[in-house]
Each structure stands twice: as C-alpha cells, then as structure tokens.
Design a protein. Structure first.
Length: 281
C-alpha cells in the first residue's frame, strides 16, 4: 500500500478502536480520543493528545480541530452523533461488532487501513491462541449456567461475544445476548454463576444491593456466593482487552482450575452479607 493513502492523523471515538491501534503498534498516529480510551489504554495520556466526545456525543468542531484524515467510531451511536462525524469531512470508519468473528474482522480492517495487515493477523492469532488454551483447560468439567449483564437499569444481558467467551471459559451462557430482560425472568433461569459488568461502572457494581433489590436471594448463584463483578472494559470493549475478561470469566466459572485475576470481585458470603445488613439497619 502506498504510504500516501495511509492515515497519519487518526481520531478514535471508542476505546475498542484505540486498543486495536495500540495492539497493532499504530498508537503514534492517534491525535485525539475520548476519556474512556484513556481509562482502558493509559498510554494515550502521553503525547499531547486531545480528549474529545465519544461515538454517542460526537461534535464536529472537536473532530475538525484535530485535523484528522481518519475517524474511527463504534456502537453505540446516536443519529445526531453520526451527523456530526460526517460534518467533520474526515474519512469515517464505523464499527458495529456482535461476535468474536466480527471483532477479528474489525481488527483486520483497522490494520489494513493503517498499512499493518501482518500486525493485525498477529493480534488475532494471539487472541485465538489464548482463547483456545483456556477452552482446553476448562474442558471436560461440568458447565455451570452463567448469566452476564452489561447494564442494570434496565437490565440488559451481555453481548454475543461475551456468550462466546463464557462458552470458551467452560460455562453455558443463559438468556438472550444483548436483550433487555426482567429480574423475574433471570431468577427463573436460576443461573449457577452471575456476572455483572456494567458499561461505565468499572468494577463498582453494587453486588449485594442488586441481589437485595431484585429479590434474587433464592437464586442458586446467590446461595453459593458465586455472584461476580468483572471490570466493564474487560467484557464491553470489543478488542484484545477481552482476553482479560476471558481470564476473569474462567476464574468465576471454574475457580478450581483458574486463579482469580485483578478486575474480578466476588460477593460476600451470605453470613457476612447478613451481618453487614444488621450493622446498617
């Protein structure tokens, strides 16, 4: 590819794109990104990059001020944000992955546009190798039934790629990925493992509170204290960051086989929760 066609000034409006740029060794071309990109990819805080609005709240004037020759955005979008991106006049790559295969395609799209297809292939191969390794370690065991949620109000199940990661980690994803569900329907599913990874919440999901408020005390996952919070960016950033989410899922689903990593938090045992409730009564 001729270097004259390779973008030199890239604006990223979504953390997944920033992580992919970093993974393929092209972060030096990033001139502006969002505050959420800085949270998941701390390297962007150096180099004098501008912090601008994201794919949901994009502003044309902020994009134009960065003088980009490529803008990368990803779901979730708002229609007015798309209009703002197009008004900037820069080339625009919009991503909307649903599965791991889609994420691999997005990695190759970005790598190809940036003139680094070999790096894209390397990143994908590394992801697939680790996923296969964890699948092999979790194989042959009983597959616990797992419900994962990406938002609490309304209650929304995690995306399809999370379902695929749950399967790779040795579990069975229950519910419909990406669908809004009721607390009652999840209780009826009665999962063995419950995972909360709320968008934008980091690792701060109030596990004891959601169990209490939703009436989930009879749930098998709650009775056995297998209710977990996994850091938002580990499961909701469709990029190589998902490997951290996979490790956390594996430890939640098969704690006898996997060591809990940073970014995984478990609910207090029932007795401790009861004592805490009495203290605050």
């Amino acid at each position: 590819m001729s270097s004259t066609h390779i973008p030199q000034r890239v604006v990223s409006l979504q953390p997944s794109a920033t992580v992919i740029l970093s993974a393929i060794g092209q972060l030096d071309r990033l001139v502006a990104c969002t505050k959420y990109c800085a949270e998941v990819c701390p390297d962007v805080e150096s180099g004098g990059r501008t912090i601008i609005a994201d794919s949901w709240t994009a502003k044309a004037e902020e994009i134009m001020a960065a003088h980009p020759d490529l803008v990368i955005a990803a779901v979730p979008y708002q229609e007015k944000a798309i209009v703002e991106i197009l008004k900037s006049g820069a080339r625009f790559l919009g991503l909307a992955p649903k599965t791991l295969a889609d994420i691999y395609t997005d990695i190759m799209c970005i790598a190809g546009i940036m003139g680094s297809p070999d790096d894209g292939q390397r990143v994908i191969a590394d992801m697939q190798t680790e996923i296969d390794a964890i699948r092999a370690r979790g194989g042959g065991a009983v597959r616990p039934r797992v419900f994962c949620e990406e938002w609490g109000k309304p209650l929304i199940a995690s995306q399809r790629w999370v379902g695929e990661l749950v399967e790779a980690a040795g579990g069975e994803f229950v519910g419909i990925p990406g669908a809004q569900v009721s607390a009652e329907s999840v209780l009826t599913l009665n999962p063995d493992v419950l995972v909360a990874a709320w968008c934008g919440a980091g690792d701060r999901v109030p596990l004891e509170k959601i169990v209490r408020d939703r009436g989930w005390e009879p749930m098998h996952a709650v009775q056995t204290s297998r209710v977990y919070c996994i850091r938002d960016e580990f499961l909701n950033t469709p990029a190589p960051t998902l490997l951290q989410g996979l490790r956390a899922l594996a430890a939640a689903i098969h704690p006898e086989r996997f060591t809990p990593p940073l970014g995984l938090r478990c609910i207090a045992p029932i007795g401790a929760r009861t004592s805490e409730a009495r203290l605050h009564a």
